[in-house]
Design a protein around this ligand. Sequence first.
Ligand SMILES: Nc1nc2c(ncn2[C@@H]2O[C@H](COP(=O)(O)OP(=O)(O)OP(=O)(O)O)[C@@H](O)[C@H]2O)c(=O)[nH]1
Ligand SMILES: [K+]
Ligand SMILES: [Mg+2]
Length: 442
Amino acid sequence: MSETIFALSSGRPPAGLAVLRVSGPRTRFVIETIYGSLPKPRRATLGSFRDMDGGLLDRGLLLFFPGPNSFTGEDCCEFHLHGGQAVVHRFLEVLSGIEGSRSASAGEFTRRAFGNGKLDLTEVEGLADLLAAETEMQRQAALEQAGGEFRKQCQAWMAQLTRARASIEAELDFADEEDIPGSVSDRIWPELFSLRQELNTFLTGTQWGEIVRDGFKVAIMGPPNAGKSTLLNALAARDVAIVSQEPGTTRDLIEVRLSLGGFLVLLTDTAGLRDAADPIEAEGVRRSRIAAEAADLVLLVSDENETPSGSIQGLEALAPAKILRVRNKCDLLPAEVGRDQYDAYISARSGEGLDRLVDRILDEVRKQMPKGAFAGANRVRHKELLQTAVSRIDAALEAKANGPEIVGFELREAARAIGQITGQVGVEALLGAIFSEFCVGK
Ligand SMILES: Nc1nc2c(ncn2[C@@H]2O[C@H](COP(=O)(O)OP(=O)(O)OP(=O)(O)O)[C@@H](O)[C@H]2O)c(=O)[nH]1
Ligand SMILES: [K+]
Ligand SMILES: [Mg+2]
């Protein structure tokens, strides 16, 4: 029998309310001890909560969710208390004094929900993302995944693979019967072919999912003193990076997380690009180049002293689509100068043109948005397993002439990969990593 666990599920006290959650076989006993009797299931009940000696702990709401119709699948309850530090502290003390109950570790409630088949792994991951969501797009994507959209998608693929495998198995069974006309499995080839297409289309959408979840990476690059750090500060609306008239001020990469138009944007300020004699600055320049390579978009900033491509070596390697040419300090120089050479004219100091620059950045984000595709797979884990499934199906298609045994083997491996996404198949090793993303109380 599993232990009964409890935790503070709401935020850190003091707060208006504190929600304490209990799950496990001793839940009924906990309720009877603290409240005196079992309330009606799933109804908020107002009552007095007492310790073992009858001393009043608090007055609040109690909700009882009998298993299996609860979040974890076990008997669960929630105490809604006044969110004071001492209230919560004393209540937790009383709970831990009840035999057979202990405080929960991070993500343990969700882990039980997974163990009891209440959530599959994609829904667990969606839930983790929902708790971590900082932007509107993250919220929408996480809610969709936590609600089972991606799970349903995986189940549909799994069903197709199972059908194909059943046909192959049938062929194996009938292999030595002479009166079977043609191959039982002939009809699976077009199906497998279109399944592979579908998976590939979906995979192109995963890049988008990653952008939504992990952020769109924008690097600010350019010659020393172009105003890169000033631009970073202006977009972040706070004083993050040091600005000075000394060229070579910025050496380390400085990253800020911004919510732009509902998207998470990771904006990195870099050292001004030049042949630096100072070894520290030279290291900064090296890091700038690395940041540029990792970026989804580079803002190439120049001022009145530089032509847009200027003396910026090493950036030629980037695809032109990845670069927005930004002309800064337009308060100093009329914007008409060099009109067509830039994508945006701004003054990082006065704020002029920044709205339009943000629009341009968002245009670039949306360029990566797949048309009509659903952003359900947003983790490297999903992407890798989907890629495995695709290559196994490819191998199955190629093995057509080599007999049903090989085809069956490849299809089984493809199904294994999909099963790992949802957590149906051998994922023990992964669980620790996934559930550690949660806070205590979830
Ligand atoms: N007039 C004017 N001055 C600006 C503008 N943006 C930046 N500056 C000035 O330009 C100088 C350099 O600005 P920084 O933001 O430090 O430039 P940087 O590109 O980060 O420089 P490094 O880190 O040294 O490569 C400072 O004196 C800023 O005040 C602008 O839009 N207009
Ligand atoms: K500077
Ligand atoms: Mg700087």
